[in-house]
Design a protein. Structure first.
Length: 338
């Protein structure tokens, strides 16, 4: 992985990149542990939207994260982790008075499942503080924050307000352990899909939302509902990008997996970084997305795949810096439209 993707950070003149969603502490089995406490645990800051913000921060984008954090030891650790990656934090304390956690269980192949202790009660006033009168260039939301009451309403309101005014992106990142009733959450998820310009979703998540349906067929249906671009991630097998009649397949990157914590979030953050570099931000984002070439879409997804590969190669949600990613990023194979 040594080819240059020409994804140097580009300034965003219109305003900040805003990420909305949960921050939590991943309670991860220590070396040799199996999640039952006998092998010990490590506590690592995380949460899907927080991981996206950290990815953007390490790639030089200086994002704003709108979240909830308690005034406790875990909250302070998460705040320090975010600020160390150049993320500006706008947070309110949760009603519980404690920072949310996710107990992580790791399978033999490094894949992760989670047991959550999480309250999401974001209010619209906290979202408003994030921009302080500036028009965002990008608004991203995802995961539990988009479906868990009562805070999910504030997230939906924020995406609705940003629609047509910023690049709006969404990662459903299903968590059946905390919202097990798919029939209850699916209508909200598909409302957010319709409000978005870009949706990134894993094959696994699509199988939960629409069991028995081909993922690309579901991606086509979602794309017809509003988004210009739907990106289906397939783990180590790469990704499929759907835009109208265009279907662009991008290979994955083979690495030795430490664990998969934060892999999809890193992909999302690096994809956003690439799309912003290509000019997709602000009020004209949809128009730019509509005319990007297949080659440009491949470059963006390859940049994201290389970033995710770095994250899975090391423990926990530890996205790469721009320098690390640029050093290893692999350009897609040349095609006829290069």
């Amino acid at each position: 992985m040594n080819a240059h993707l020409d994804m140097a950070p580009a300034p965003v003149p219109e305003g900040p990149l805003v990420v909305i969603g949960e921050t939590l502490i991943d309670v991860v089995p220590a070396d040799g542990g199996d999640g039952d406490g006998r092998g010990g645990v490590r506590e690592l800051p995380g949460g899907s939207p927080a991981n996206v913000a950290v990815t953007l921060g390490r790639l030089g984008r200086g994002p704003v994260l709108v979240t909830t954090l308690a005034d406790d030891e875990r909250g302070a650790a998460a705040w320090d982790w975010l600020e160390a990656s150049d993320v500006r934090v706008v947070a309110q304390p949760p009603a519980t008075g404690r920072t949310s956690t996710a107990a992580v269980r790791l399978a033999a192949d490094g894949s992760a499942t989670y047991d959550f202790d999480l309250t999401w009660d974001l209010v619209p006033e906290t979202v408003a503080r994030a921009t302080a009168g500036a028009r965002p260039a990008v608004v991203h939301a995802g995961s539990i924050a988009t479906v868990l009451d009562p805070g999910a309403d504030a997230v939906e309101q924020a995406l609705r307000a940003a629609h047509g005014r910023a690049l709006v992106t969404f990662d459903p990142n299903a968590r059946p352990g905390i919202t097990p009733d798919v029939a209850r959450v699916l209508p909200r998820v598909e409302r957010l899909v319709a409000l978005s310009d870009v949706v990134k979703v894993s094959e696994e998540d699509l199988a939960w939302y629409h069991p028995g349906t081909d993922p690309v067929a579901t991606a086509r249906a979602w794309a017809a509902a509003g988004p210009v671009l739907v990106v289906v991630t397939r783990g180590g097998d790469g990704s499929v990008l759907v835009r109208g009649d265009d279907v662009v397949t991008v290979p994955g990157v083979t690495v030795e997996v430490a664990d998969t914590i934060g892999a999809g979030d890193t992909f999302m953050g690096a994809l956003l970084d690439a799309l912003v570099t290509l000019g997709a931000h602000g009020p004209g984002a949809r128009e730019v997305l509509a005319v990007l070439s297949a080659a440009e879409l491949r470059r963006a997804a390859s940049w994201a795949a290389a970033a995710a590969a770095i994250t899975v190669s090391r423990p926990g949600a530890d996205p790469p810096t721009h320098a690390e990613l640029e050093a290893v990023a692999q350009a897609p194979a040349p095609g006829p439209d290069y």
